[in-house]
Design a protein around this ligand. Structure first.
Ligand code: ZN
Length: 234
């Protein structure tokens, strides 16, 4: 096992879906983990199994590598945090300079839980779609944060864990380009059609870049990245 297997933090968003494809291209076996923590909507949780099924259907090589999916309930996280991601609230910047979608320590908890699960399964590589170039500047998306966390987990579990973040230095246009490189038009189409990045459950209007309200910061970022990628292609 070891470096031939990985566990991907998979939320059904564009970024984690590209990370899943990235891992399926590199590892002999790939498992996925998702966290239920009182998101404002359950669209993400509904899209996860669908995207896994579509990936397996469209990419036979990846189907052979795609292992189990794990869903952990983290109700304590929503009980503790009061953010726009876990309750009904409009997105806004707060006095700390961070958006109110910031759930303190979320990625630290996610990776620690993922490592605890991976430990017993002989998996030592954890993969996440965190990105430093992301608009929000979430401190738990920083490369320093996550590589330091990998060290702490390795020490604390007396096992050598690696945290891989293939999108760390990539912008959203680059993420679309990576999808194209990994799985061509079928993967790009799958991401447009089935991934969900919007802060709202809106999935009625399909745009060139996919579904969403078209107004929240996540939609704005996804659209901007799509348009930049389209221009770059021509
Ligand atoms: Zn939106």
């Amino acid at each position: 096992m070891g470096a031939t297997t990985s566990l991907v933090l998979f939320s059904a968003g564009q970024d984690s879906t590209v990370c899943l494809a990235w891992a399926l291209e590199r590892f002999a076996r790939v498992e996925t983990i998702g966290f239920a923590y009182g998101q404002r909507h359950s669209v993400e949780m509904a899209q996860r199994p669908l995207i896994r099924a579509k990936l397996a259907e469209g990419f036979p090589t990846w189907a052979a590598r795609l292992g189990e999916d794990h869903v952990l309930e983290l109700a304590a996280l929503s009980a503790m945090s009061d953010t726009a991601l876990t309750r009904q609230a409009e997105f806004q910047m707060t006095a700390t300079g961070l958006p109110n979608t910031f759930v303190p320590g979320r990625n630290l908890l996610f990776f620690t839980y993922a490592a605890a699960l991976a430990y017993g399964r002989g998996i030592r590589t954890l993969v996440g779609g965190m990105c430093e170039t992301d608009f929000s500047g979430y401190p738990d998306c920083r490369n320093d944060t996550l590589q330091t966390l990998a060290k702490a987990i390795s020490l604390g579990m007396a096992a050598q864990f690696a945290i891989e973040t293939p999108l760390m230095r990539t912008d959203k246009a680059g993420t679309w380009a990576m999808a194209q490189r990994l799985g061509g038009a079928p993967l790009v189409d799958l991401i447009v059609e089935h991934t969900h990045s919007c802060y709202t459950p809106e999935r009625t209007t399909r745009r060139a870049w996919g579904y969403g309200c078209g107004r929240c910061p996540a939609c704005a970022l996804r659209q901007k990245g799509w348009e930049k990628w389209q221009i770059g292609k021509t």
